[in-house]
Design a protein around this ligand. Structure first.
Ligand SMILES: Nc1nc2c(ncn2[C@@H]2O[C@H](COP(=O)(O)OP(=O)(O)O)[C@@H](O)[C@H]2O)c(=O)[nH]1
Ligand SMILES: [Mg+2]
Length: 243
């Protein structure tokens, strides 16, 4: 049976991306840096949350950001203002970052610092609920944001993003009193597509939930280090036979 040409092209594209993503992850593991890929629709609050989070955590975690945007460096400038190194990656017409763009971003980052000195590398993806979920970039964990203004049906309408996420942040909870939306239904729909992810309610404006979010991050950084140093873990560099 023949596959349609466009299906074959699509599969090849994803396979090539997967290969590059694995390569990126090998670098992250060798540098012992945890990489988090932050995704959401445009305007759900990724940059605002990162402004708060980078400020709160930079005293005890060394961090940098790869900032994906289609055309501008506006978000990169906002985050650089916090005092954390940021590499802007403009994607042109592409609606997501892919693994080779991130590889290019890493080379630019290496001109500024030694990535092995970092604990945590953030990737802020291009705002889009569909494409970023299909293109891994080598991240260890995916964080998806969904703001309360987007309605409770989005986890069901865009299931791939929410199924793949390790942590889902329901953002802008300060707006709940003004909206005809039921946050319990948002959570139930997230659980329906992904029963196991962490779900947190946060507001970058009021500060609600940020302590729980920051403690989730710290936990992930620590367990990443443990898994890289654990000789029986899955991330161990393979031993050379007869070396
Ligand atoms: N009320 C409220 N507005 C927020 C919150 N977080 C972000 N915003 C606003 O939402 C808009 C988009 O935020 P931004 O961080 O740029 O979203 P991004 O496109 O996902 O990076 C901006 O006008 C922010 O001020 C929040 O927690 N509460
Ligand atoms: Mg942004």
């Amino acid at each position: 049976m023949h596959m349609p040409l466009e299906d074959t092209l699509g599969l090849n594209l994803l396979a090539a991306n997967h290969h590059q993503a694995e390569h990126n992850r090998e670098h992250f593991d060798a540098w012992q840096v945890l990489c988090l890929n932050v995704m959401s629709s445009p305007g759900a609050g990724k940059t605002s949350l990162l402004e708060q989070t980078l400020t709160a955590l930079s005293a005890d975690l060394a961090m940098a950001v790869l900032e994906g945007d289609m055309t501008t460096q506006l978000d990169a400038d906002r985050l650089e203002a916090v005092g954390v190194p940021v590499v802007p990656i403009t994607t042109g017409r592409a609606c997501h970052l892919d693994a080779s763009m991130v590889s290019g971003g890493l080379k630019m980052l290496q001109q500024r610092l030694d990535p092995a000195s970092l604990d945590l590398l953030w990737v802020e993806n291009v705002g889009n609920l569909v494409c970023p979920a299909e293109f891994e970039v080598g991240e260890h964990l995916k964080v998806a944001l969904l703001s309360v203004t987007e309605g409770d049906d989005k986890p069901l309408k865009y299931p791939v993003m929410f199924r793949e996420a390790d942590c889902v942040l329901i953002t802008k909870t300060d707006l709940l009193p003004y909206l005809p939306v039921d946050i319990a239904r948002i959570e139930a729909h997230i659980r329906q597509v992904n029963p196991h992810c962490t779900v947190l309610r946060v507001s970058a404006t009021s500060g609600e939930g940020l302590a729980a979010w920051h403690s989730w991050i710290r936990q992930q950084v620590s367990s990443q280090l443990v898994s890289l140093r654990n000789p029986h873990g899955h991330n161990v560099v393979p031993q050379l036979v007869n070396a």
